[in-house]
Structures are given as C-alpha cells and as structure tokens.
Design a protein around this ligand. Structure first.
Ligand SMILES: Nc1nc2c(ncn2[C@@H]2O[C@H](COP(=O)(O)OP(=O)(O)OP(=O)(O)O)[C@@H](O)[C@H]2O)c(=O)[nH]1
Ligand SMILES: [Zn+2]
Length: 198
C-alpha cells in the first residue's frame, strides 16, 4: 500500500473526531469504556483522516512532478487500478477498479502518477460519477493530451450491507475527452481494458 506509513494526523482533528466517535459508540448502545473499545474512538479518528486525506492533496502538483517530453503518440492504458472511496450519502465504502488511458500530445506522464491521482480524488467523500470526472478533467488540464478516457467499475456497500441489499450489482461510470470521443478509439480502449493480460 502506498500510504502504509501515513502519519499526517492533526491533533485538533483527531480530538474532534474522537469525541464524535465516542458519542456514536454510546448512541448505538455500546459501552465506550469497555476494554476492547476504549481506544476505538482514537483509532477511528485516525482511520477517518487516512480515508479522507485527499482533501489535503493537490493532484495537479503531483502530476506535474513527472511530466516528460516524448514524441510517443499512441494510446497509453493503465488498467485495474484499485480504488477505495466513501460515498458521500452514507459515508460507507465503495470500491473497485479504475482504468485510465490517454493519447500523448508531446508529453507523457510517470505511470505511477495515475494511481496516485485516483487516490487523491478517491480519498474524499465522493459519488462515483464525480470521482470519474475529477480524474478525467485533472488529466485533461494538466497533460493536455490528444485524448483521455476514464472508466470506473465499483460496488457500493450502501447498496449491499443496507438499503436495497443487492450483492451482485456493480456500477460502471466513464468519461471520454478528445480522440476518445471517436467510436474506434473508444472501442480500442474498451477492448484493451477487457483483456486478461496482466
Ligand atoms: N449516483 C450515485 N448515487 C450514489 C452513489 N453512492 C450512493 N448513492 C446513492 O445515493 C442515494 C441517496 O438516496 P436517499 O434516498 O437520500 O438515501 P437512502 O434513503 O439511504 O436511500 P437507499 O440507499 O435507497 O436506502 C441512494 O440511492 C444511493 O444508492 C454514487 O456514487 N453515485
Ligand atoms: Zn451510499
């Protein structure tokens, strides 16, 4: 995991979140002083800061660290980028995979920066549609490629553990700019992301 050693907790935020989690634990009928739970508000406060760390990150800055001039002008595809986010309606996880492609226009991007920007936008309260567009627009603006495409496939725990309780439905969202608006280019991308080559 990229952020295994994340330690940017803010004391004030931790305290505020801790109080909130203590109230939640009491409100659901648990004993906040029970041995196994006494440290839970502190752990949960830190977990929530980890899961929402994207608010403090600047995606454009991260991308600009690794932009290289190159004449390669074929499609670049990075697929199966795992993502974990929180739905903004229930604050429950949704998770799945992102597939990203772009066609360079004189500049290529360091490959690891693509998963990094997925995380920047995923580690916030989100809806899948906005997450898809955030990634798409950020790449389009920063790289100004000939085309960019983003597909996200995800499952939402708010539809599985509660609510409609549907265990087998997945949601796909997509966005296409530039040359990916042409059907042949889009189809080539969709074919590449559906192949089993790992
Ligand atoms: N479009 C979209 N909807 C989402 C996403 N995550 C959760 N939702 C939906 O947000 C909606 C919120 O609807 P409400 O009727 O206000 O909430 P609710 O009463 O808890 O709804 P149910 O989940 O149907 O029980 C639900 O339909 C969720 O399925 C997302 O990423 N995109
Ligand atoms: Zn939800």
């Amino acid at each position: 995991m990229a952020y295994k050693y994340f330690e940017q907790y803010h004391d004030e935020t931790t305290e505020t979140l801790k109080k909130g989690y203590q109230d939640i634990i009491g409100a659901i009928g648990e004993n906040p002083d029970r041995e196994g739970i006494v440290k839970t508000p502190d752990r949960a406060a830190k977990a929530m800061q980890f899961l929402t760390q994207g608010y403090e990150m600047d995606a454009e800055k991260i991308l600009k660290k690794a932009v290289f001039n190159e004449t390669y002008d074929e499609m670049v595809v990075v697929k199966d980028i795992e993502l974990y986010s929180l739905c903004e309606h229930h604050m429950l996880p949704f998770f799945g995979k992102a597939h990203i492609a772009y066609i360079p226009n004189g500049k290529i991007i360091g490959l690891s920066k693509l998963p990094r920007i997925v995380d920047v936008f995923a580690r916030r309260l989100q809806v899948q549609e906005r997450l898809t567009h955030n990634i798409l627009e950020c790449l389009n603006k920063t790289l100004q490629p000939k085309g960019v495409a983003v597909v996200i496939e995800a499952v939402h725990l708010c539809m599985m553990m509660r609510g409609v309780q549907k265990q087998n439905s997945a949601t796909t969202t997509s966005g296409f700019r530039g040359q990916f608006q042409k059907i042949e280019t889009r189809n080539e991308f969709l074919k590449l992301i559906s192949s089993d080559l790992k």
